[in-house]
Write a protein of this length. Structure first.
Length: 208
């Protein structure tokens, strides 16, 4: 049996045990909570025909590409990738007109239907983009089931943009209808965008 003289000390020790979680939770709380990720806003302009039901909705394709952009990297530099992705998230934002895009934006993506008419519309958008001093223009084709047409349209557009606008294009590839090649096409487009990421700055910095 314990000595009665020790009883107050034992009660004090038990009380410390009961309230210790208050002190532990405070000591384990980081001094500064991590800042929320700044979204990497990428403006998107569309040169797509509304009357082509055999091709996927542009919004669906952009959401799929956004998800691909935000997947964790499996490359050797995975730790570096996690560090950079902790600072911002990737978001493709469609705009109706090029005038809505901030001047000197680091990157604009142009989604185009693989048709001659839409390639001409895309060239008109490139003329407007050139005037706004956009850093990089990436083009991706809504190819449907005709990848050969997408390749022909890209060559025509890239040659014209370089020759007459002095505007080199970044080829993000072509998105087929969902099937065996869809995931690989998304991955390719995301890799090309990520390969340019050191040239990008958040949109809010570009506007300052």
């Amino acid at each position: 049996m314990l000595n009665p003289a020790w009883q107050p000390a034992q009660e004090h020790a038990e009380r410390l045990v009961h309230i210790s979680h208050h002190f532990l939770s405070e000591s384990n709380t980081p001094p500064h909570a991590p800042a929320a990720a700044d979204p990497m806003q990428i403006p998107v302009l569309l040169a797509v025909a509304p009357d082509m039901p055999e091709r996927q909705d542009p919004g669906y394709l952009l959401r799929a590409l956004s998800r691909q952009l935000n997947l964790p990297s499996t490359a050797a530099s995975e730790h570096t990738e996690r560090t950079e992705r902790a600072e911002r998230d990737w978001h493709l934002q469609p705009w109706a007109h090029s005038s809505e895009i901030a001047p000197a934006s680091p990157l604009v993506v142009l989604m185009i239907d693989a048709t001659l008419d839409m390639t001409r519309v895309a060239y008109g958008l490139l003329k407007q983009i050139k005037q706004r001093q956009i850093g990089t223009v990436g083009v991706i084709f809504r190819a449907g089931d005709d990848l050969a047409a997408a390749r022909r349209c890209y060559r025509r557009l890239a040659v014209g943009a370089l020759q007459f606008l002095n505007l080199p294009l970044v080829n993000l590839g072509w998105l087929p209808n969902p099937g065996p090649h869809f995931a690989a096409s998304l991955s390719h487009a995301a890799q090309v965008i990520h390969s340019q990421r050191r040239e990008f700055v958040p949109a809010k910095e570009a506007m300052q």
